[in-house]
Write a protein that binds this ligand. Sequence first.
Ligand code: AMP
Length: 308
Amino acid sequence: MSLVTVGSVAFDAIETPFGKTDKIIGGAGTYIAFSSSYFMKNQNIVSVVGEDFPQEMLDKLSNKGVNLEGLQIIKGEKSFFWSGKYHNDMNSRDTLVTELNVLEHFDPIIPASYQGCEYLMLGNLSPDVQLKVINRMEKRPKLVAMDTMNFWMDIAMDDLIKAIAAIDILIINDEEARQLSGEYSLVRAAKKIREMGPKYLIIKKGEHGALLFHGENAFFAPALPLEDVFDPTGAGDTFAGGFMGYLASTDDISFENMKRGIIAGSAMASFCVEKFGTERLENLSKSEIEDRIQEFVQLTNFDMVKSV
Ligand code: AMP
């Protein structure tokens, strides 16, 4: 099975209570690609960077098996730049700077080799670009998932609603679900958002885990309790990459398998937050990932013979 990922490949500057970074590599597409690369080999990225983007990082992605044919490098222009500062609880953050640069006029190209992909992950990007990608796929993929953020709700709500109507799964955080639906209760928010189009909805709640909604069914997975969280940036994208990578590698989009996908995504996200940027995601071993998934199984496993 093959996965196409669309998302920003970018520079970030991050401030957390534990420290501060200068410009480091980030971007939703980067996190998704690193994370899904541990589950499957046939994966492809659609994105854009400026001339300032280091070749070394592109090499790291291609060494992980990520096909970069759909990644445009625009001469004389600068890569997308985002800067954020986390509050003491590490669950909430303020965006300090968003410089769109190459993303402002990004016209996504889908190489012929990407056509026919079965799984499409629309990472956080302008909804106009996300829609263009869906429309430029000659055959609709079997499963289309999408992430977005408040930034796009504030400036491009009309396009965002069109994109949401065209997908199967929306993956957003609790704050975004509330903003999108105008409902405080997440159960009500989930209902309203699914009426907008997607059959499935995943609401990420940071250190409080993730919820999956479909029809009358719901599933909840906790986040792994970690002693140290250094930098939550990209955790949501890493989660999405693990989730989609797992579904694509097993080629099973049943609700039961999506539960396993959520555990795979949560395990990957738990690695992401342990170091700044993509560092922790760059060199994981299969056994480390397997052990972490088993920690989730242990965390949520219990027997209950008698109830009342
Ligand atoms: P997350 O922490 O999962 O929300 O993702 C953070 C990543 O999203 C960072 O690496 C940023 O480069 C990227 N990002 C932030 N804002 C935007 C935006 N408006 N469009 C695309 N990517 C963004």
